[in-house]
Design a protein around this ligand. Structure first.
Ligand SMILES: *Cc1c(COP(=O)(O)O)cnc(C)c1O
Length: 415
């Protein structure tokens, strides 16, 4: 084994966190925690208690014994991980729904100024682009998609795309394919100068990189909890509205959980004060409570230590990929500069699909395939080890030399 990998793992201050996750296959190398994070052991106990005790025994009394406050309580906890002061983050619905809700709220607020356009870039996640396309159409505006080289965001072009008709500038803080980390402070400043609002998708950033929404001057943000935050499949997402804007924006869906006093059953809608006004209906309590232990794990480890570990691991992986995989026909399709990189690395190879099949079936390694030719290696700072990343490189060298893709017929989508 590579002594550098062994040394990196021996010096890992977060090593104990590895045992906080269920690990039924100890030899499985799981480099897909950025798509679906591992199951925290605490989540098993928490979900059991929520079902058996809170639902089964306490029944409706549980609403007053912690359930009703859960979206804000967990929201504030997530806020600590993304640099949002209390009262600005709430847990609700899915990322796509939250993105739509906040983008629409911003458009409604800015349409009277003649602002009906939105700006994004071609690194952004497809679901985000669909949502923004739909809103542009409905408001009679345009979605400006800034072209990039496919790896790095283009800061200058993004700023130049903002104008007097721009309502919303919506980007992924960390791009789902290349892992490019946007310069959020500069985008926020430019959006503000242009009279538009910024709207960040933190799905691949929260729990992976240090995020400081308040200090960077963000307006709005959304993100999912089942990636680095290990909240579980379909766990509810969260949304952030800067305290500066909460009174100005109104949720486009006026549901009772966003009402001033939902349990007065008032016939007229009056928005709640603060972040609550962006809630809609009854929160998915079981998956919300089951997600909290993952958030707690990340909070306990601390974002500074998590980021340091992520940097050490991704630097190790990228330098070995450059030295050993690039000569075999791979590309490193992630930023080389670590400040511009999240916690996953995209390798390009014409046979990426077959190589991912071979890794899964022959090597006990689960990465992600991203069409058309991307092999994505997710580095979860509380789980992934340098020794595992060394195995990924070693196996890719072996499989490529053996043209292993000829042994595997692709079977649909590979993850
Ligand atoms: C994973 C991810 C999503 C997921 O959206 P859902 O509505 O929760 O399915 C959205 N945006 C980005 C950037 C993502 O990485």
């Amino acid at each position: 084994m590579d002594p550098e990998a062994l040394a990196l793992d021996a010096a890992n201050p977060l090593a104990a966190f590895r045992s906080c996750f269920l690990r039924p296959e100890p030899d499985l190398v799981y480099v897909d925690g950025n798509s679906l994070g591992r199951l925290p052991l605490d989540a098993v106990a928490r979900i059991r208690r929520a079902v058996e005790h809170e639902w089964g025994e306490r029944l409706i009394r549980s609403w007053n014994e912690g359930w009703i406050d859960a979206p804000r309580r967990v929201g504030d906890r997530i806020g600590e991980l993304i640099g949002a002061g209390p009262g600005q983050v709430v847990v609700a619905d899915s990322t796509s729904v939250n993105l739509h809700r906040l983008a629409e709220a911003a458009m409604v607020a800015l349409a009277p100024e003649g602002r009906c356009d939105l700006v994004t870039d071609d690194l952004n996640f497809p679901s985000d682009r669909y949502v923004l396309q739909g809103l542009a159409k409905r408001f009679g505006g345009q979605l400006v998609v800034v072209p990039t080289d496919g790896v790095h965001g283009d800061l200058e072009a993004t700023v130049a795309a903002m104008g007097p008709r721009t309502a919303v500038v919506s980007l992924s803080l960390v791009a789902y394919r290349s892992g490019y980390r946007a310069d959020d402070a500069r985008i926020n400043a430019a959006a503000r100068a242009a009279g538009a609002m910024s709207l960040w998708d933190l799905s691949h950033a929260a729990g992976a990189v240090e995020v400081d929404l308040d200090r960077a001057g963000a307006d709005l943000a959304v993100g999912c909890t089942y990636k680095y935050l290990c909240g579980g499949p379909g766990a509810p997402a969260y949304l952030y509205v800067s305290a500066r804007l909460q009174e100005r924006l109104v949720s486009p869906i006026q549901g009772w959980f966003g009402q001033h006093r939902p349990f007065d059953f008032d016939p007229e809608y009056r928005p709640a004060e603060g972040i609550d006004r962006f809630l809609v209906g009854t929160p998915p309590i079981l998956s919300l409570l089951g997600m909290e232990p993952g958030v707690e794990l990340v909070a306990r480890a601390g974002m500074a230590a998590i980021r340091a570990r992520s940097v050490a691991l991704s630097e190790y992986f990228v330098s070995r990929a450059e030295a050993e995989l690039v000569p075999l026909g791979f590309r490193v399709d992630s930023p080389r500069m670590v400040v511009r990189r999240g916690s996953h690395v995209l390798l390009g190879h014409p046979q990426a699909r077959g190589l991912v099949e071979a890794l899964v079936r022959e090597s006990g390694i689960i990465p992600d395939f991203r069409a058309p030719d991307g092999l994505r290696v997710g580095i979860h700072p509380l789980d992934t080890t340098a020794v595992e990343l060394a195995r990924v490189v070693d196996e890719l060298v072996r499989l490529t030399r053996e043209t292993a893709w000829t042994r595997h017929r692709p079977q649909g989508r590979v993850t």
